[in-house]
Design a protein around this ligand. Structure first.
Ligand SMILES: Cc1cc2nc3c(=O)[nH]c(=O)nc-3n(C[C@H](O)[C@H](O)[C@H](O)COP(=O)(O)OP(=O)(O)OC[C@H]3O[C@@H](n4cnc5c(N)ncnc54)[C@H](O)[C@@H]3O)c2cc1C
Length: 304
């Protein structure tokens, strides 16, 4: 399967195998099968925060998606499997009169991806609502992590380890009137629709916000705009004319095109402001290394 057919950026060459387990036990079976193999293995969700290489991925991709997406609530505690889509989970908690996931409703990923990245919006991260995370390691062991053990930080957590599969998450939410929760979610969705590009493939915010840069210049989008790069393009990759922190695929973009745009933005902003912006988006190399995309972009330049 070509990864461009399934990834949000619509970029990526062929993967050896993409498997989507239908249960935690099946995921454990895949991990067991891979134990003595030399091919790399990567766990993904909706692929809305990853840049695959146009040369592909020489290994096995385990996709934790729709087939692992049940949820149940007990009072204000919600237990959900990692493959559930975030907007679906957020709206289901709203139906139950539970508050805490309002800020996540417009994020197009899975719960597993969001918790791993500690993603969120409105300056919040999902980690705030996480009570416990159930994972599988490469030996097939089931591991439980409490909120404090996950060490959630800005778009970071200790779950960002290549040997862990996030299988399920327990969320601690608060009671709130269901109509109010839905109304706030509607506002969040509306405000995102007005600000973010929806017509071309992208991976959301490319660069992380840096608090010290934010105080002086503003968010990454503002910094990129201030150096005149809104609309800048290279090959099939373009800095979105709508929101400068989004890099869109205008058609046929390669991973090299995106990395070249990322490198150019980072260098130009650094030269002009003194701030070196780091990427939120992860680049996946053909041999299985996963790094923030600006690191891959720099490496590419150094070698060229
Ligand atoms: C239009 C758009 C808007 C976005 N807006 C936001 C936003 O407002 N806030 C925000 O934080 N993000 C945003 N994103 C980025 C992205 O949607 C989130 O980071 C999302 O939570 C990633 O989930 P995913 O399932 O797509 O993960 P993937 O992209 O598939 O994976 C991301 C990382 O998590 C790892 N991973 C994924 N699932 C698992 C698992 N089950 N177990 C272990 N590791 C796993 C992967 O290996 C990878 O390193 C946006 C993206 C798009 C396209």
């Amino acid at each position: 399967m070509r990864l461009s057919e399934v990834s949000r950026w619509q970029i990526g060459g062929p993967a050896l195998v993409v498997v989507e387990p239908r249960s935690i036990a099946e995921a454990a079976d895949v991990v067991a099968l891979m134990r003595d193999r030399i091919e790399p293995m990567l766990v993904v969700g909706d692929m809305s925060n990853v840049l695959f290489d146009s040369d592909g991925f020489d290994g096995v991709i385990i996709r934790i998606g729709r087939s692992l997406s049940t949820m149940r609530a007990l009072g204000t505690m919600v237990h959900a499997e990692a493959g559930i889509a975030i907007p679906q989970l957020a709206r289901a908690t709203a139906d139950l009169g539970l508050s805490g996931l309002e800020h996540t409703v417009g994020i197009p990923g899975t719960l597993g991806g969001l918790v791993t990245m500690n993603g969120g919006s409105q300056r919040k991260g999902i980690g705030l609502s996480v009570a416990r995370v159930t994972c599988l390691d490469r030996s097939g062991n089931v591991l439980e992590f409490t909120q404090s053990e996950c060490q959630f930080g800005y778009r970071s957590s200790t779950l960002q380890r290549p040997d862990l599969i996030v299988a399920a998450v327990e969320l601690q939410l608060e009671p709130r009137d269901s109509i109010e929760v839905h109304a706030e979610m509607d506002e969040v969705v509306e405000s995102r629709r007005a600000r973010f590009p929806e017509d071309l493939p992208n991976c959301g915010s490319t660069f992380l916000s840096d608090p010290s840069m934010y105080e002086i210049i503003g968010a990454p989008g503002k910094a990129i705009e201030s150096v005149g790069l809104k609309g800048y393009s290279y090959g099939g990759a373009q800095v979105s004319p709508q929101h400068a922190n989004f890099v869109v695929n205008t058609g046929g973009a390669t991973s090299d095109d995106v990395l070249a745009v990322i490198h150019h933005i980072r260098e130009t902003v650094h030269r002009s402001t003194g701030f070196a912006m780091d990427c939120e988006v992860r680049y996946v190399s053909p041999d299985g290394d996963v790094v923030p995309a600006h690191i891959a972009a720099e490496e590419r330049r150094r070698v060229a």
